[in-house]
Design a protein around this ligand. Sequence first.
Ligand SMILES: CC(C)(COP(=O)(O)OP(=O)(O)OC[C@H]1O[C@@H](n2cnc3c(N)ncnc32)[C@H](O)[C@@H]1OP(=O)(O)O)[C@@H](O)C(=O)NCCC(=O)NCCS
Length: 175
Amino acid sequence: MRDDVVTPALATNAGLIHTIIREAFSGTDFGYQGEAELVRELVADGDELVSIIYWRNHQALGHLFFSRMNVEADGKLISAAGLGPVSVLPEYQGQGIGSGLIRMGIMILEEKGVDISFVLGHESYYPRFGYSPDLAARFASPFAGPHFMAMMLDSDAAWPLGGRADYAPAFGRMG
Ligand SMILES: CC(C)(COP(=O)(O)OP(=O)(O)OC[C@H]1O[C@@H](n2cnc3c(N)ncnc32)[C@H](O)[C@@H]1OP(=O)(O)O)[C@@H](O)C(=O)NCCC(=O)NCCS
């Protein structure tokens, strides 16, 4: 029988997370670009908001990370979470594990009362979770473009008219 669970990552899971991220990104067209080291730095800087692991029969198959962002909307600072990296071991991709992690991560952000989440990623994947390039386009960011998307975590909240969105400092130190 299959036993699938998602748990918060513990400090003792750091090695496991490193391996999942490295393997997941090594299997992409663009290759591994230090995403595991980035997560390590974000954690060391205290910029972790959500870090969760997907387990099947006690084997860790996927990981999702949200980092704290510095976001100003209509002149006020609001709480914001940047999605990524999200990683699934190559042989387990395409089975709904990444989607399961993202849906769970978004629920955790809602419970924490985070206002908005951003992602830089594929425009055919993230809109299914509620991310919109139109919302992100209202924010000035070095990542602005068709792959930059955002969602209000309270779906009843009005969209800000404009603002600025900055990822945590560790992103700026990426090579
Ligand atoms: C992206 C990733 C986390 C998705 O996890 P997954 O468990 O494979 O995804 P799911 O099974 O939940 O969803 C499958 C869907 O995602 C799409 N998908 C998977 N990887 C994708 C990618 N890199 N770009 C666009 N779409 C992607 C599939 O085409 C599929 O779409 P469909 O439902 O329309 O057929 C996983 O493929 C992965 O680890 N990739 C390598 C690392 C990476 O690129 N991470 C994202 C950037 S932060």
